[in-house]
Write a protein that binds this ligand. Structure first.
Ligand SMILES: [Mg+2]
Length: 425
């Protein structure tokens, strides 16, 4: 459902004078109200700034002694060690890390080494400004921060024998349904529907997502395929299947509205990135013209711009990307802003590098995370198991169990990791 009511309530709230008294309350707490802001904006800002990491769980410091990038074949892992000998490890995305690891080693890791890991949230701010790092802003920088954050959270969780979620909030969910995402744009409408049926059959998923447009562009052929695929998928997969679509920034505003109307006609549940990802006003124009929720934000790396998307109801479903936005803590801040606006988030994550693992821990503590979490299968096939189960993560009847052992809750095969080599520049 669209989030129009919230904006109405906001206006009524301010008109009624409640915004003024809330503003005075803020000033009484010593907090300066931002110029030109109002109560709703203040609540969004507070949501994005309130601490996430539960430092009070730790009674002594956890000093980071080393952060290394380890390589085994074409796979990379961030490994963190404390001065007490505790370790944390996070698998990275092999399709991305090869292009960006000098940033990780030169600009990100040095900010955390020698510091108390309990100050992780302060370090996430410091890493952006130290050495003019903000000039490297964007997905390549923040994904390096995310991998380091995952490894540090793994270390912290193991230190106090708690799963990562317990460090970041109240773990209220031990399992989650998934939606299976199909990325094929080269096949016909009929072939894509066959692929979706296969994905549903092997995972038990009750929700799927498929691609529209031609990725960052569209043409007559792609539009003809879209207009055939939308009704065909509904007909073949049935009314009981939840259907999502992703345009990857393909359309202009009129075409997005035309396609969106067709999605509404066939009861689709969201329409992702209908127009170019950084065209915020155009995204809002599409959202305003349609009833179907617009999902977006996977390319976003700025908290301020995410706030704009939420505050202006340009997206009804914010999609913080756990890598591109800089990790679990920053993405939880987006979820908290979304919660203020009465919205659910659908965290976005690549299928590589155990992406689903990080999505699971996020969903375990984010109450307004969507019903279905994005899943793309295990694209790496490296040897690991969920601690305590002896098995890797798997979707059974469309549901994945969230690891509950300390840290990230997975263990890589020691014989596989033993030949991993430290990457040096
Ligand atoms: Mg997408």
């Amino acid at each position: 459902m669209k989030n129009k009511l919230n904006q109405f309530n906001r206006r009524q709230f301010i008109k009624g004078g409640a915004g003024l008294s809330a503003g005075i309350a803020l000033m009484q707490t010593g907090r300066a109200q931002r110029e030109g802001s109002d109560e709703f904006t203040e609540r969004l800002i507070d949501a994005s700034e309130t601490p996430v990491l539960k430092k009070e769980l730790f009674t002594s410091s956890v000093t980071i002694e080393s952060i290394d990038l380890l390589r085994r074949d074409d796979q990379f892992f961030v490994h963190v060690r404390s001065t007490d000998g505790a370790e944390g490890i996070a698998m990275t995305n092999r399709s991305l890390v090869n292009s960006v690891y000098p940033l990780l080693l030169n600009r990100v890791a040095p900010v955390f080494i020698g510091e108390d890991a309990r100050n992780l949230e302060d370090l996430l701010k410091e890493v952006f400004v130290r050495g003019l790092n903000y000039k490297w802003q964007g997905a390549p920088f923040w994904m390096c921060v995310a991998w380091v954050e995952f490894a540090i959270l793994d270390l912290l969780g193991k230190t106090i024998e708690q799963p990562v979620g317990a460090l970041l909030g109240t773990r209220f969910r031990d399992q989650t349904p998934i939606y299976y995402a199909n990325g094929d744009r080269s096949s016909s409408a009929g072939e894509v529907v066959d692929q979706l049926k296969e994905l549903i059959q092997k995972s038990g998923a009750r929700a799927v997502k498929f691609k529209l447009g031609a990725r960052m562009r569209f043409d007559d052929a792609s539009t003809a395929r879209d207009l055939a695929l939308i009704p065909l998928a509904r007909k073949e997969l049935g009314d009981e299947t939840t259907l999502y679509t992703d345009a990857n920034s393909s359309f202009d505003v009129p075409t997005a509205i035309r396609i969106g109307k067709r999605l509404e006609e066939y009861n689709y549940s969201f329409f992702e990135e209908p127009v170019q990802f950084d065209y915020s006003e155009e995204t809002k124009a599409v959202a305003d013209a349609l009833k179907i929720p617009i999902a977006g934000g996977e390319q976003e790396s700025s908290m301020r711009r995410f706030r704009w998307l939420i505050e202006n109801d340009a997206v009804q479903i914010p999609q913080p990307e756990l890598l591109f936005f800089g990790g679990l803590i920053r993405c939880i801040r987006v979820a908290r802003m979304a919660e203020v606006a009465g919205k659910k988030v659908v965290p976005h994550m690549s299928g590589f590098g155990l992406g689903i693992l990080y999505v699971l821990h996020y969903a375990s503590v984010v109450p307004n995370s969507s019903e279905y979490q994005e899943y793309k299968g295990d694209k790496d096939g490296i040897p690991y198991e969920v601690v305590g189960t002896g098995k890797p993560l798997e979707s059974i009847n469309g549901v994945i169990q969230i690891p509950k052992s300390p840290g990230l809750g997975v263990a890589f095969d020691p014989s596989y990791m033993s030949s991993a080599k430290r990457v040096v520049l």
